[in-house]
Design a protein around this ligand. Structure first.
Ligand code: KIV
Length: 256
């Protein structure tokens, strides 16, 4: 691929055949999107994790489509080479028709693909989105929009029933023509088995190292949300300390 060539869903979906691993990170604003793009990240996800790390909500279930649209538009203004994927927020894809109408709102704001949570239960929604030529990324395993029903963020795929279900979910999402599949908190051996069984890339988060790529919430990667970081996320920077240090230095400068 040429250095400035635009990343497309097709380029991502064929990454496994090329033996290429896909790094992906979240962004919710213009400067972060621009910096990630300049660093060469191929997928930028405007995740509904913005509910926690930007808006201060306890989980993703309070994030509205209007909030997603606002942040997608900011990211899109960075005009990235990266593919900009946006999360369809909580209860915005309860029917195939609703999924299409709401996905168009995000696409009109600048999203180049949408992500939605679930396996077999969202196949009709994925198919309808694809019929409307909207690129779709799947998301199985721990589903943050169902955290209340699930009673927390727990590893998935430890029981035989969960294993069978996740294997079937992954195949169903691929069959419905998603271009990639996020697997969140999937037991690593199962994540490997699912990855080996698909032709589209799996993008893991807390699912071991044998996925076709990895995604992280950027705030976790750069240490910008010091009050909580999941165990699997290794911070490569300490932005929280840099902000506190700069603010303290400014306070000293003003006072002296
Ligand atoms: O909302 C988000 O940021 C996500 C990733 C954690 C996969 O869905």
């Amino acid at each position: 691929m040429e250095p400035n060539q635009k990343i497309t869903p097709e380029w991502i979906s064929s990454a496994k055949a090329r033996g290429e691993k896909i790094p992906a990170l979240t962004a919710y604003d213009y400067p972060t999107a621009r910096l990630l793009d300049e660093a060469g990240v191929p997928i930028i996800l405007v995740g509904d994790s913005l509910g926690m790390v930007v808006l201060g909500y306890p989980d993703t279930t309070q994030v509205t489509l209007a909030e997603m649209r606002h942040h997608v538009a900011a990211v899109a203004r960075a005009k990235t080479r990266a593919l900009v994927v946006a999360d369809l927020s909580y209860h915005t894809y309860d029917t195939p028709e609703e999924a299409v109408v709401n996905a168009h709102i995000l696409v009109d704001a600048g999203a180049e693909a949408v992500k939605l949570e679930g396996g077999i239960e969202v196949v009709q929604e994925i198919r309808e989105l694809r019929r409307g030529n909207i690129a779709v990324m799947g998301h199985i395993g721990m589903l943050p929009q169902s955290v209340k029903e699930e009673g927390g963020y727990k590893i998935k795929g430890r029981s035989d029933a969960e294993r069978e279900r996740l294997l079937a979910d992954a195949l169903a999402v691929q069959e419905a023509d998603a271009f990639a599949l996020v697997m969140e908190l999937v037991e690593p051996e199962l994540a490997r088995e699912i990855t080996d069984g698909l032709h589209i890339p799996t993008i893991g988060i807390g699912s071991g190292t044998h996925c076709g790529g990895q995604i992280l919430v950027t705030h976790d990667l750069i240490g910008a949300f010091p009050w909580f970081r999941p165990k699997f996320a290794v911070a490569k920077a300490d932005v929280a300390s840099a902000i506190r240090g700069a603010a303290e230095a400014f306070i000293r400068d003003v006072r002296t």
